[in-house]
Design a protein around this ligand. Structure first.
Ligand code: ADP
Ligand code: ZN
Ligand code: ZN
Length: 724
């Protein structure tokens, strides 16, 4: 088979008979598309086919490379295979909806931007169930295929308006909400900046309703950062859009169901798709409105495979379609503020809580003056007691899983470490369902109840009975995770019903929704938990939020750490007292050793825009994103010396290349990543930085060629979301 680069320079007489040749993209790590004989099928751009690939038969997508707006990067390997050896297309799957040209454009843009083969994106992102040819081909010649059965299923199993909420009885939109909605009638990118509870979701549902009712076809895509947030959102949309089919797409949807929803979206039958980041690639031929809720959220960045940013792709997709994109957040990303400054996006503000309630008062507790004994300062304890007395709810936030970050020997200083990673292992108590959450200091001597866990590779080990270095039995946990804080709370407030929420107690989105309901039904008094709790949930009786320890994040050297922390704190603070009509305003207490920190100054004033201006000024001075583009070339290998040496040569090579061609790209490194060792491999990276995106991409192409010559290392190319 001859390999074509997907380039515009392709000869145009490919489609001459008798041996008509078509280009087919497949899900394989090949740079271009493959040639096949059309046979009898008269195939065209966007058709789905079965083709032989080596010894396998796979799903393929017929493309006319000249019709892709953004030809994928590819190299011609130069080997022309004689025409008589070109294989034929085996099957044409005419029941699969012809891929819409705009969607193909999206796939080819994403492939080029994230430097992945076009076929791996366009075919690789089709639901697995549909890529499995068993489902597309009937078992018996005349019988139906699994696909036929799937297609004959009615649409009725989509989420329907099953909500008791009634949009008609909803209060009237306020002036700011109406202004925002009117602006959204115009295509372009709109940033909906509103504090928690300002009525953003209400604007989303109304915008979707307007869009969908304005035409018999238009489709709307709504993205949420986390699966746990979908049930709430789906019921709000269902209430606002009775009778409209909603396709809900996330990682917990079964493969077959995902295939069904994908088909319904691709055929235009599903008018509203709500999903996590993976839904951004859903084919929606009549897509007119894209909403990205909590657009600043890091969950929109895919961490494996194609490392795309679903938010950035949403913006690209809206621009390609001339559609409207809405990026909603209480703390827009720095990238988003920078686009606003350049007048590329439009700012729509919802400055007040829609219910008219004042925002919670944020206060700092200086832990140098009021030390956090067992994790809680005196002031925090008093505040909790007071709220419990008034039967309010309390949220204690600590973004650290487990019981203690490390187990240590008090006589020699030994600290528990993962055997494969250069990082401390975290002490976890294995909670048994039957036990009530244990109060006080449970005996560490019962080894079976405790485990050491590595948060980077997931490895677990037993807790040693004595120090591996000196043999002393006096091993003690250092520091505090949510489990330990839960113990403190149980000991201090014995009558209170305490619920802990973190990834150890809640593993699935469904489970999180159930826990959230418990809180809403007031079946718990104190909630203690991690990041999971910070986002989007609505807790009416939450009168007090305590941030137990944010200092580690405050001193984190990653240039994005302040942005992340600020947004987390705003989110957590937003959980407090959203509907409380009377009584004292809700309080947010932050325990910190650094009350003078700039971040807190803006937080206390609830000045989100001011914080962004200050951060952006710093980033600009240091030439960091969004004022420059960054990419990282990462390598992992069991041998540190060799990895360092190779990264070093690659850096030199790239520096020389850039200099020779006068490409304005700076190459840094190599530097070790944190943690250096993971799963037995040393990890390092070099960083490329440039104010010119094209120059950066040109140099990355050079890096890729070089990487291909050293395949014994695990290589990874990361665009935009570079972390140090
Ligand atoms: P956000 O998404 O910004 O957190 P929501 O849309 O969830 O805000 O609104 C917060 C609360 O305010 C909800 O209980 C909602 O029903 C209510 N709300 C929204 N818009 C209005 C309005 N115009 N008037 C009164 N209440 C409103
Ligand atoms: Zn020791
Ligand atoms: Zn590990």
């Amino acid at each position: 088979m001859a390999r074509n680069s997907l380039g515009p320079e392709l000869p145009t007489e490919l489609s001459t008979s008798p041996a008509r040749i078509v280009s087919v993209a497949v899900d394989a790590p090949l740079p271009g598309v493959l040639d096949y004989r059309d046979g009898e099928f008269s195939l065209s751009h966007g058709d789905w086919v079965e083709v032989p690939l080596g010894r396998r038969r796979v799903l393929g997508l017929v493309v006319d490379p000249r019709r892709l707006d953004h030809p994928a990067a590819g190299q011609d390997d130069g080997k022309e295979i004689p025409l008589d050896r070109v294989k034929s297309v085996i099957n044409h799957f005419s029941k699969l909806p012809v891929a819409d040209p705009k969607w193909l454009g999206l796939a080819s843009f994403a492939a080029r931007y994230y430097r992945k083969p076009f076929g791996q994106i366009a075919v690789g992102l089709v639901p697995k169930w549909l890529r499995d040819l068993k489902n597309l081909i009937p078992k018996k010649e005349s019988g139906p295929s699994n696909l036929d059965r799937l297609l004959s299923q009615s649409v009725s199993r989509l989420a329907q308006a099953a909500s008791d909420q009634n949009s008609a009885t909803d209060s009237r939109l306020n002036a700011e909400q109406l202004l925002a909605l009117d602006a959204m009638d115009r295509p372009g990118v709109h940033v909906l900046h509103g504090v928690t509870g300002s009525g953003k979701t209400r604007v989303y549902t109304e915008a979707a309703r307007r869009c969908i009712t304005s035409s018999p076809q238009k489709q709307v895509l709504v993205m949420v950062p986390e699966i746990g947030l979908t049930p709430q959102l789906v019921s709000r949309f269902a209430a606002a859009l009775p009778g409209i089919e909603i396709a809900v797409l996330h990682s917990e949807v079964s493969e077959r169901e995902r295939a069904r929803l994908w088909l319904l979206a691709a055929s235009g039958q599903a008018r509203l798709v709500i999903g996590t980041r993976l839904s951004i690639m859903t084919p929606m031929p009549y897509l007119a409105l894209l909403i990205v809720d909590e657009e600043h959220d890091h969950s929109y960045k895919q961490q494996e495979g194609m490392r795309y940013s679903a938010r950035d792709l949403a913006v690209w997709r809206a621009q390609q379609l001339g559609a409207t994109a809405v990026l909603g957040s209480a703390t827009p990303a720095m990238e988003t503020w920078a686009q606003l400054d350049k007048k590329k996006y439009q700012l729509l503000s919802l400055p007040y809580r829609a219910t008219g309630e004042p925002p919670a008062a944020i206060e700092l507790i200086d832990t140098l003056k009021d030390p956090a004994r067992e994790g809680l300062s005196l002031l925090s304890r008093q505040a909790i007691a007071q709220v419990l007395e008034q039967s309010g709810q309390v949220l204690v936030f600590l973004n650290r899983r487990g019981y203690a970050p490390v187990l240590s020997c008090s006589s020699c200083g030994w600290a528990s470490q993962c055997a494969a990673c250069s990082i401390a292992t975290v002490l976890h108590r294995i909670d048994k369902k039957s036990e009530s959450s244990g109060a006080g200091s449970a005996g560490l001597s019962i080894a079976s109840k405790w485990r050491l866990q590595c948060h980077h590779c997931g490895a677990e080990s037993a807790v040693p009975k004595f120090c591996p270095d000196c043999g002393d039995t006096d091993l003690s946990p250092i520091g505090r995770g949510v489990q330990r804080l839960e113990d403190t709370l149980a000991a201090e407030f014995p009558g209170a019903r305490i619920l802990r929420i973190d990834r150890d107690t809640v593993k699935q989105g469904k489970a999180l929704a159930a826990e959230i309901e418990k809180i809403q039904r007031h079946e718990v008094d104190i909630v203690v938990g991690t990041q999971m709790l910070a986002k989007g949930h609505d807790f009416a009786r939450m009168r007090l939020v305590i941030v137990a320890d944010a200092d580690t994040q405050l001193v984190n050297p990653d240039f994005r750490a302040p942005e992340r922390l600020f947004s987390t704190l705003v989110q957590v603070a937003g959980r407090a007292g959203r509907h409380e009509q009377s009584g004292a305003a809700a309080r947010v207490l932050i325990q910190t050793r650094y009350p003078q920190h700039r971040l807190y100054r803006f937080l206390l004033q609830q000045d989100v825009a001011g914080f962004a201006r200050a951060e952006l000024a710093d980033r600009k001075a240091a030439s960091l994103p969004p004022f420059s583009y960054m990419a990282a070339v990462r390598a992992a290998y069991r041998d540190e010396t060799k990895t360092r040496r190779l990264l070093h040569s690659l850096r030199n090579e790239l520096q020389q290349f850039a200099a020779q061609h006068s490409w304005p790209v700076t190459v840094y490194g190599p530097v070790a990543r944190y943690p250096e060792m993971q799963a037995g491999k040393w990890r390092g990276q070099i960083i490329l930085e440039s104010e010119s995106r094209p120059a950066l991409h040109q140099l990355l192409a050079v890096a890729e060629q070089w990487m291909a010559q050293h395949r014994e290392l695990d290589w990874q190319l990361v665009l935009d979301s570079v972390e140090f």
